[in-house]
Design a protein around this ligand. Structure first.
Ligand SMILES: *Cc1c(COP(=O)(O)O)cnc(C)c1O
Length: 363
């Protein structure tokens, strides 16, 4: 039986052709027209006003913190139910992470956000739209505006997901996308920063290219990073953006198959909140009264890759001293949940095989 992966890359077909164009032009580096084309394709798709292509989603978050002025000792609120890349840049800035639990949506709880904003007076909030499903972004966005907190949306997993027809990543002062290997589309590695203000994206661009000042020689009055995306990888990105809609359609179809095949079990799938449209990057669910880690092991023995849900940040040894606004929701999800293989090249029979394997293990 061939191995079923969690969410492997899935090329659309034009990527190699575009890479060849890059080679033919010899604009392998430092920049080139595919960087512009990739940024424009993200703009066209998401309707974001300002986009910068960078080497990873984590780098994009770091740039957002630098641009909005998160510095040593500042408090930054963050979704606790997320991936480490979302919050590691808080540490890069020597700022103080304060974690916020999820609610029934699995994403951040707006009530806890409001409590935390009032008590902590944070500089910024980094909010994750988990597994491709929109968080309660309208409420959060309202709170951030009301209390003057910079809102950064971590839409690494949710490119193409919408809330009331507006794309995730475009509500906040900043948003970020990831094109890492397992994301809904990939450049093998890459990311994008989105900003409301052109000034902010210009500053991010400068910081992403070693903060060189405008002079003939290399003049530096502050430090930056080497975070820009390569033109070769941008060419892959242009090809991938062409198939994003197809990928979302397929991810949602896979989710539908799992729901159908597993509907006789005592399980709950990650919800899609009212007025939202998720990209269903990964099909995720919780089992009531079953040990998910055993199921993961059993699937692995049958050559099927699955994974636990993200282990909440406030449960990580790295953050054992961090403050958390917690109601035990994300901990419970972690202890019960799994991510099922959701690669867009899977067909209905593959999904059935996964579902049947789970059922065999349960009976
Ligand atoms: C993948 C991911 C990131 C980081 O993106 P990279 O491109 O891998 O640096 C950040 N946050 C979340 C929620 C992610 O899933």
């Amino acid at each position: 039986m061939k191995r079923v992966f969690l969410s492997p890359p899935h090329m659309g077909g034009n990527e190699l052709k575009y890479i060849k164009e890059v080679f033919d032009s010899n604009y392998i580096a430092p920049v080139g027209k595919f960087l512009d084309r990739f940024e424009n394709s993200i703009k066209d798709y998401t309707k974001a006003k300002n986009v910068l292509a960078v080497c990873s989603g984590t780098a994009a978050i770091h740039l957002a913190f630098r641009v909005c002025g998160v510095k040593e000792g500042d408090k930054v609120l963050a979704s606790t139910f997320t991936f480490i890349g979302s919050v590691a840049p808080i540490l890069y800035q020597k700022a103080i992470p304060i974690f916020i639990d999820s609610d029934e949506s699995w994403n951040i709880d707006p009530n806890l956000v409001e409590d935390a904003i009032k008590k902590e007076k944070p500089k910024a909030l980094i909010l994750t739209h988990l597994y491709g499903q929109s968080a309660k972004i309208e409420e959060i966005s309202y709170l951030c505006k009301k209390y003057g907190v910079v809102l950064i949306e971590d839409a690494a997993e949710s490119l193409g997901a919408k809330y009331k027809e507006k794309y995730t990543g475009t509500f906040g002062d900043f948003g970020i996308y990831s094109f890492n290997g397992n994301k809904i589309i990939t450049t093998s590695g890459g990311g994008a920063l989105v900003a409301k203000s052109k000034k902010d994206i210009d500053r991010a661009k400068k910081l992403s290219t070693q903060a060189r000042e405008d002079a003939i020689w290399y003049e530096h009055s502050e430090y930056g990073y080497n975070y820009r995306l390569s033109n070769v990888l941008a060419a892959i990105g242009v090809g991938q953006m062409e198939v994003l809609d197809e990928r979302i359609k397929k991810k949602r179809e896979i989710f539908g198959w799992y729901r159908k095949f597993l509907n006789d079990l005592d399980v709950e799938f990650m919800p899609e909140i009212k007025n939202s449209f998720g990209n269903r990057w990964l099909t995720t669910l919780i089992f009531n009264g079953l040990d998910p880690f055993k199921i993961i092991q059993k699937l692995s023995q049958k050559n099927i890759e699955s994974r636990p849900l993200w282990k909440p940040m406030h449960m990580q040894p790295l953050f054992k001293d961090a403050k958390v606004y917690d109601r035990g929701v994300s901990k419970n999800l972690f202890e019960k949940g799994i991510c099922l293989p959701s690669g867009t090249a899977l067909n209905k029979e593959d999904v059935k095989r996964v579902a049947n394997t789970i059922k065999e293990e349960i009976v």
